[in-house]
Structures are given as structure tokens and as C-alpha cells.
Write a protein that binds this ligand. Structure first.
Ligand SMILES: Nc1nc2c(ncn2[C@@H]2O[C@H](COP(=O)(O)OP(=O)(O)OP(=O)(O)O)[C@@H](O)[C@H]2O)c(=O)[nH]1
Ligand SMILES: [K+]
Ligand SMILES: [Mg+2]
Length: 381
């Protein structure tokens, strides 16, 4: 029997046992045993692998958000509030022992929210279940650093240090760069702004270092070399800090916390600011919603496709059907991304939120897929 099963067994036995003078001792022993197993579980495993420990959760939906924080800050309570999944919450530390996924539906997107065990100081060095938790956090598109508003100011720098120790950089905006590794054609490098830190030669060098010989790079922001490497490696995570339990602090304190950079203040208990939190999660995931339309029909504004910011018509085609971009001729696009509506564009056209797209395919011109952006200028074509 694994430790997790043993814990479940004991928990069951405790709940089955009536609480009275006669059972007091027995219950005490059970609780002691439970505590021992919990500590064992939180020790780093010798094999080092997280497999079978309840951490190997499948990715699903359009993006993944991980909840990271010290024990009992309210991570599970938040998952229970925002999703239909239930994760045990309790007034004792290490209530959550595995990774529990839930789903937030927002703006047509399915966002996977992961509840994780609390981490402790030294997590980066493998203390507690730190390694597993951090390994999961690395797979997320956004990390929500959760803190308890009633606890000391030291929490935030401590948690930030743990994450930084494992290379998860904090509070940085995702650089505006289009980067795509290709099968052939060499390296094509372009920029839409004047670059002070980066030049074509350096980009070639860096890409060659990473054994990338064919790629398309379009830089739309004056980024540093470090930022470019982060884009290439795709390993930088974007973090938001969230203080829970603001129902239990005084107004002055709340005001101070709310003014810290990259911060959202919430109360799961009183349902304060939770809608705003979801809105902010959506915003920081940099997702766009675009609508497709067929020739002679209105776009499907209830449906829509979720793609990442800086996506092109090619990404949209790919999201609709894998082979669509091969049959593709051009697309008609209505919306913020175009100069006039509709505009005839190619595969590399960068789309914006709420664009409407109508794709014209080579093979079957009758089966056109349409994409549009501003409903007010929508024309039926
Ligand atoms: N006052 C107050 N208490 C809260 C709030 N949210 C959660 N709690 C309480 O905080 C305690 C811990 O909540 P959990 O959701 O278990 O915290 P957790 O971060 O998942 O804890 P671990 O899984 O043990 O790391 C519980 O007793 C909750 O009822 C809140 O907004 N205000
Ligand atoms: K808890
Ligand atoms: Mg929990």
C-alpha cells in the first residue's frame, strides 16, 4: 500500500470512530500515525520521480494555471470557488497532498487550474514535496502565487526566492516576439522597432548555439538578449501574486497590500474580488478569442476559437484543422488587426482579439472558413 492509500485509510477510520472518552486514546494514536505519514510523504522520494504520486496530471484546455503557496493560505478553497472540482480544504497544514486539476470556463476558454500542496522553505532544494510541486508549476502558463494576507510580510520574498531558485522568473511581461522553428529555409529575422540590445548577428549566434538553423523571428519590442533566450527556450513563467483572507485584516493593511506591484487581493470566504481575479488570469494568459465565419453567413459569436496573443492566421487554421493551412489560399479578416474591413491576408497575418476570419481554401473553395473582428463592421460576404 502506498503512503497516500495509508493516509486515506486512517482518515476513514478516524471519521468512522465515535468521539468519546473511551476512544480518545485510539484516536490520538491514529492522528499521530497520520501525522507521521504526512511527514513521510513530504520527504523527497529517493527515486526522485513524481510518477504515481498524484502529480502526473494531463494538460487540458487552452491554458494551465498553477496555484503555489505556503500551507493553508487557501489554495484549495480557491479551487473549490472557481471550479466544479472539489479539493479538501482544512484549517491544518498540508491538507492537499497531490495535484488536483479543475476547470475555469471564461470568455469561451477552458483554463485548467491546478491546486497543489503547500510548499515550505527549502522547497527548491527538495524539501517537502517541493520538487514535485515546482515541476508541475514549470508546466503552467501562469503561476498564481498565493499568500495569506494575515501573515507576515516575509512570506512574499521567501516564496519569490524559492521560485527564482529554480529559474522561474517573476513579474516580467512576456516579450512581444513571434518565434517559430521551421523545417527549412534558414533563419529569417525581422523587427518592427529599433533594437538597442539585439541584432541579426547575435540572433543567429544564439539560435545556432541552441542548434536551431531554420526559424522565423519577428521582434516587435526592444528586448534584451536574456529576454530573447527566454523566448527561444520558452521557459519563462509569468507570475501574479494573490493575497487571500482580506476579510481578516484592517483597511489600512488591505490598502497597503493592494498597492504592491502585480498584486490582487481576494477573500475566498466572503467572495471578494474573485471575478476580478479570473478576469486578470485571462488577461495575463494572453489569450485571444477569434470568430470564424462561413461565406454568406454571420460569424458564430457564441463559439470562437481561443489562440495565444501574437498568433497568426496560420495558427488559427491549425487550430481548426491540422491540414487546413496546406490547402489555404488567403483569408478575409475583419477587425482591429486590419487596415480596412475585410482585408485579404496571408498565413502570416497577426490577428487581434475579437477578429473575424473567413478562410479561403485551395481545395474546396465552397467550404470557406471565415474569421472577423469588429462585429459592428461585419458584412455578409
Ligand atoms: N478568513 C478566511 N479564511 C479562509 C479564506 N480562504 C480559506 N480560508 C481558510 O483557510 C484554511 C486553509 O484553507 P485551504 O484551502 O485548506 O488552504 P490550502 O492553501 O489549500 O492549504 P494546504 O493544502 O494545506 O497547503 C481553511 O480553514 C479555510 O477555511 C478566506 O478568504 N478568509
Ligand atoms: K490547509
Ligand atoms: Mg490545499
Amino acid at each position: 500500500m502506498g503512503i497516500l492509500e495509508k493516509i486515506t485509510e486512517i482518515e476513514k477510520e478516524i471519521s468512522r470512530t465515535q468521539k468519546n472518552k473511551a476512544t480518545e486514546y485510539h484516536l490520538g494514536l491514529l492522528k499521530a500515525k497520520l501525522a507521521k505519514y504526512r511527514v513521510q510523504l513530504l520527504e523527497p522520494s529517493k527515486s526522485g520521480g513524481a510518477k504515481g504520486d498524484g502529480f502526473d496530471v494531463m494538460k487540458s484546455g487552452d491554458a494551465r494555471v498553477a496555484l503555489i503557496g505556503f500551507p493553508s493560505v487557501g489554495k484549495s478553497t480557491l479551487l473549490n470557488k472557481l471550479t466544479k472540482t472539489h479539493s479538501e480544504a482544512g484549517a491544518y497544514e498540508f491538507t492537499t497532498l497531490t495535484c488536483i486539476p479543475g476547470k475555469i470556463e471564461y470568455n469561451g476558454a477552458n483554463i485548467q487550474l491546478l491546486d497543489l500542496p503547500g510548499i515550505i522553505e527549502g522547497a527548491a532544494q527538495g524539501k517537502g514535496r517541493g520538487r514535485q510541486v515546482i515541476a508541475v508549476a514549470r508546466t503552467a502558463d501562469l503561476i498564481l502565487m498565493m499568500l495569506d494576507a494575515t501573515k507576515s510580510d516575509q512570506q512574499r520574498p521567501l516564496l519569490e526566492r524559492e521560485l527564482e531558485a529554480v529559474g522561474i522568473r517573476l513579474n516580467t511581461e512576456k516579450p512581444n516576439v513571434y518565434f517559430k522553428v521551421k523545417k527549412g529555409g534558414g533563419i529569417s529575422f525581422n523587427s518592427t522597432v529599433k533594437l538597442t540590445y539585439l541584432n541579426e548577428k547575435m540572433v543567429y549566434h544564439i539560435l545556432h548555439d541552441y542548434k536551431i538553423f531554420n526559424a522565423e523571428v519577428l521582434v516587435r519590442q526592444d528586448i534584451t538578449v536574456d529576454e530573447f533566450i527566454d523566448v527561444v527556450l520558452g521557459n519563462r513563467k509569468y507570475i501574479k501574486c494573490c493575497y487571500n483572507k482580506i476579510d481578516s485584516i484592517v483597511m489600512e493593511e488591505l490598502d497597503r497590500l493592494a498597492h504592491e506591484p502585480n498584486t490582487i487581493v481576494i477573500s475566498c470566504e466572503l467572495d471578494l474580488n474573485l471575478d476580478y481575479l479570473v478576469e486578470q488570469i485571462w488577461k495575463h494568459l494572453n489569450l485571444l478569442r477569434v470568430y470564424t465565419k462561413k461565406r454568406g453567413e454571420f460569424p458564430d459569436f457564441d463559439g470562437g476559437l481561443i489562440v495565444r496573443k501574437n498568433s497568426t492566421v496560420e495558427h488559427v487554421c491549425h487550430a481548426i484543422h491540422r491540414s487546413l493551412s496546406e490547402e489555404f489560399r488567403y483569408a478575409l479578416v475583419w477587425g482591429v488587426s486590419t487596415k480596412h474591413n475585410p482585408q485579404r491576408v496571408g498565413l502570416s497575418h497577426v490577428i487581434e482579439d475579437e477578429d473575424v476570419i473567413q478562410g479561403i481554401c485551395l481545395q474546396n473553395r465552397k467550404e470557406e472558413v471565415n474569421i472577423i473582428s469588429d462585429p459592428t463592421v461585419l458584412l455578409l460576404i
